[in-house]
Design a protein around this ligand. Structure first.
Ligand SMILES: O=C(O)C1=C[C@@H](OP(=O)(O)O)[C@@H](O)[C@H](O)C1
Ligand SMILES: C=C(OP(=O)(O)O)C(=O)O
Length: 440
């Protein structure tokens, strides 16, 4: 998606101060477009993430015949086609960099009468898809993957799906959601058990769209054959985007920052707990609801952090926040141990290997393990060159690390930051960080 290779130059900046608001939640934005497209009636989405991942999902539904108006930045009006109203496309459906987009679409498109082809960029084209295609096949779906179970996905329509009872082998909200979306089209019940509870946005949003569904932490049951009724969705700010500022303000002396209206669904806020265990000073103020989700203003002040063993039970609740956590660990006194996080190896990059290589390049001691890392914190973070491998969260994490580095940090291949956090550089510099585009 993201054209030519671009780099950032980052260096120690000022304390982070003031108030800011990060863009809308990526997971909720994807789902709002999807359910809006499959609903009867008009769904108005506000606070929609104008990122490349979520725009790709909206474009896919436009290709499938759904009218989506964009009256203003962050606003979408989705004219739902109804559960059976999508039209097949002869063109490849491009999910860009988005694992969420592709995996959830696989579930929704498995139940259609037409064939579809889902493809993605170089990173997405390496990510495992059998975790969705195999259980979908037991529901009666016919999906061919590329060699080794990676994209593109050729989805053969016209299959009558049936509900299954399935215990997910990995804690993955994407797998769960793909099966639930297929379950809308299935005969009978789809009943899922998770090894650890994961984000429940699909379940909550299906209920908001009027679909009968029973769910609780780690389990869900729904019956096929109902209808979705359009509703309005107000998307809270993305905790995963707030995470970079939580870490930056924690580690840069003199910082005091308020991040407004952040979604604090407990299935997303593992990093908050981990940082507090490390000694961070973060308070949730003005707790309230936004679009049925808990939100709060997060006030973070600089604090002396110390290393911890990250409780494994927190891993699914902070799965996207490990790159940021690794930076906090590098700044904390003593050792931080991460275990039970092998899923990090199959994200936009191998996030354990990419973070380890980048931290080593800045002089931080880190030992990789198959499912995590041991990070030796408290030493100086040096200047140097790190490669984000096109991974948005790695790029933003090293921009944070640079704020306490003794030299300049060049961060390579940053264009994909726009997948989840358009405007990060501008917001970060407003808050006090030193970050600029490297000359081409
Ligand atoms: O369902 C979702 O919206 C997501 C689930 C997680 O992936 P997994 O399901 O692979 O854990 C997460 O990493 C991703 O950024 C968004
Ligand atoms: C893993 C992520 O997203 P996705 O799986 O949708 O590409 C992420 O945003 O960190």
């Amino acid at each position: 998606m993201s054209g030519e290779r671009r780099d950032w130059i980052a260096a120690a900046g000022a304390p982070l101060r003031g108030r800011l608001r990060v863009p809308g939640d990526k997971s909720i934005s994807h789902r709002a477009v999807m359910l809006g497209a499959l609903a009867d009636g008009v769904t108005r989405i506000s606070g929609f993430l104008e990122g490349e991942d979520t725009r790709a999902t909206a474009r896919v539904f436009e290709q499938l015949g759904v009218r989506i108006e964009r009256p203003a930045h962050g606003e979408c009006i989705v004219h739902g086609a109804g559960l059976h109203g999508l039209q097949g496309s002869d063109c490849v459906l491009d999910c860009g960099n988005a694992g969420t987009g592709m995996r959830l679409l696989a579930g929704a498109l498995a139940g259609q009468s037409f064939d579809s082809v889902l493809a993605g960029d170089a990173s997405l084209s390496k990510r495992p898809m059998r975790r969705v295609t195999e259980p979908l096949a037991t529901m009666g779906a016919r999906i061919d993957t590329g060699t080794g179970g990676v994209p593109p996905l050729h989805i053969h329509g016209g299959q009558q799906l049936r509900g299954i009872e399935y215990a997910l082998p990995v804690a993955s909200a994407q797998v769960k959601s793909a099966l639930l979306l297929a379950g809308l089209y299935a005969d009978g019940d789809t009943v899922l058990q998770e090894p650890h509870p994961t984000r429940d946005y699909t379940e909550r949003m299906l209920a908001a769209f009027g679909w009968p569904i029973e769910f609780g932490p780690g389990h869900v049951r729904l019956q096929g054959g109902h209808r979705l009724r359009a509703t309005d969705i107000d998307v809270p700010a993305d905790f995963s985007s707030a995470a970079f500022f939580l870490v930056a303000a924690s580690v840069v002396p003199g910082s005091e920052l308020c991040i407004e209206a952040v979604g604090i669904n407990p299935r997303r806020t593992g990093l908050l707990q981990a940082l507090r265990l490390m000694g961070a000073d973060i308070r949730a103020e003005n707790s309230r609801e936004c679009g049925g989700e808990p939100v709060a203003d997060l006030v973070v002040r600089h604090a002396a952090l110390h290393g911890i063993e990250v409780p494994e039970t927190l891993v699914p609740d902070m799965i996207d926040e490990f790159p940021a956590l690794f930076i906090a660990a590098a700044c904390a006194s003593g050792r931080t141990v991460v275990r039970g996080a092998a899923e990090l190896r199959v994200k936009e990059s191998d996030r354990i290997a990419t973070m380890a290589a980048g931290l080593r390049a800045l002089g931080v001691g880190i030992e990789e393990t198959p499912d995590g890392a041991l990070i030796e914190g408290g030493g100086a973070i040096g200047g140097g060159v790190v490669d984000s491998h096109g991974d948005h969260r790695i790029a933003m994490s090293f921009a944070v690390a640079a704020q306490v580095a003794v030299g300049e940090v060049r961060i390579g291949d940053i264009a994909n930051v726009a997948t989840s956090f358009p405007g990060f550089k501008e917001l970060a510099t407003t808050a006090g960080m030193t970050l600029s585009a490297a000359p081409l």
